[in-house]
Design a protein around this ligand. Structure first.
Ligand SMILES: NC(=O)c1ccc[n+]([C@@H]2O[C@H](COP(=O)([O-])OP(=O)(O)OC[C@H]3O[C@@H](n4cnc5c(N)ncnc54)[C@H](OP(=O)(O)O)[C@@H]3O)[C@@H](O)[C@H]2O)c1
Length: 368
């Protein structure tokens, strides 16, 4: 490892740079890069969005000159070695004349992993892979990208907020406050990461959610998927839900098993300007759980943050359609006979779970 007196500060800065792409780089990963001369950071870059230049290229361009002899570049992810929307970053590194590259984690694609580093080494560049703890941290950052690359499928994440006795609502069919402000802020950040969000019709009827990410003054709206077999949320007795009447209505799609011909509810969707997508039904006429993945693939969405409710969560879990779980647990206890239970989650084992205390609430998340 090259000798950098403040290497932890450099890794921390690199992580911050990669994070600047939070939620904006799909289907690409978040990546940061920084160039160091004589122990000083002299240029930085990050990948802003798919189709925009990669982090290394941005850092070189921000430098506006050739790096000096002895300069190093730190990159949060192994540089790409193939032509995609942009030329391979290994070329940019070689052409820059830089002779030292520090990489925080490998390309997750088994077909490319290590190739970028090999190419650089073959051009006489000294290449160092960061220590394992750093590799783990940077790999984890791009869990959505990694899953999509390795499995070829979008990542379906389930978020459940439950009380200490496993309840998701104090009274079925009504909204309840399960977690407190710190956890709710955290959920907003996760919403902001995912390009799509989904809920079942029961949640739309009970909670009338907007499903936007509200962070400070920013209101950001993902693609909003409502799973509603019979189009109950479009019944004339139901006042237009926020999802169908706010400024982001064109981001809402209803996945339904109802034929899209001439029913009153289909007509109401047209009036409201909400798109309907007909999906395959299970034997009870509800959405076949695998349809969600099929729709995401069709829409070229690499992931979805599924916020339940419990019925939809249960069927997706039973069908093994959930890849990643966000489980928020509050110390509250709902003992009313009308309380609604979460799916039984204790027997689902997460690999390498991450835990965080958010005020009095605890979040555990990881791959199922
Ligand atoms: N604490 C939390 O994390 C949380 C999150 C969300 C909601 N909630 C609470 O949960 C309650 C609503 O519960 P819910 O279970 O009715 O909500 P839900 O899971 O959002 O909606 C259930 C409805 O989705 C439709 N659906 C379509 N395909 C389905 C499938 N394959 N499997 C299951 N459902 C399918 C069904 O209606 P059709 O057959 O008519 O299509 C079903 O009745 C509310 O009180 C809400 O406040 C809590």
């Amino acid at each position: 490892m090259p000798d950098f007196p403040q290497i932890d500060v450099l890794y921390a800065r690199l992580f911050e740079l990669a994070l600047k792409g939070w939620g904006n780089t799909h289907p690409n990963p978040m990546v940061g890069a920084l160039i160091v001369e004589g122990g000083e950071v002299i240029a930085e870059g990050y990948h802003e969005r798919a189709g925009s230049p990669h982090a290394e290229v941005v850092a070189f361009s921000n430098l506006e000159r050739k790096p000096e002899e002895g300069a190093s570049i730190f990159i949060s992810l192994e540089p790409c070695s193939t032509h995609g929307q942009t030329p391979p970053c290994t070329n940019a590194i070689i052409q820059s004349g830089i002779k030292r590259v520090i990489v925080c984690c490998l390309d997750p694609n088994p077909e490319h992993s290590g190739h970028g580093l090999e190419i650089l080494k073959n051009h006489g560049i000294e290449v160092t892979l960061a220590p394992e703890s750093i590799q783990t941290r940077f790999t984890r950052l791009n869990f959505i990208f990694n899953h999509q690359i390795k499995s070829g499928n979008p990542l379906i994440a389930l978020k459940i907020a439950e009380t200490s006795n496993g309840m998701v609502a104090e009274r079925a069919g009504y909204p309840s406050r399960i977690t407190e402000v710190e956890a709710r802020v955290d959920m907003m950040n996760w919403r902001r990461l995912f390009p799509a969000i989904c809920v079942g019709s029961g949640t739309v009827l009970a909670d009338n959610p907007s499903l936007t990410a509200r962070i400070g003054r920013e209101i950001w709206c993902p693609v909003r998927l409502v799973i509603d077999s019979k189009l109950s949320t479009l019944s004339r007795d139901v006042t237009p839900r926020k999802l169908y009447s706010d400024q982001f209505t064109d981001h809402t799609l209803i996945l339904t098993t109802t034929s899209l011909k001439n029913s009153q509810r289909v007509q109401r969707a047209e009036e409201l300007g909400v798109q309907l997508v007909e999906v395959a039904a299970d034997k009870n006429g509800r959405m076949l759980p695998t349809s969600l993945r099929a729709v995401l693939n069709k829409l070229k969405l690499n992931s979805v943050f599924c916020e339940g409710g419990p019925s939809l969560a249960q069927s997706l879990l039973e069908a093994n359609e959930i890849n990643y779980l966000f489980r928020y647990r509050s110390p509250k206890f709902f003992d009313s006979p009308d309380a609604l239970a979460a799916p039984e989650l204790d027997h689902y084992k997460l690999s390498d779970p991450v835990q965080a205390m958010l005020g009095k609430d605890r979040l555990t998340h990881g791959f199922l």
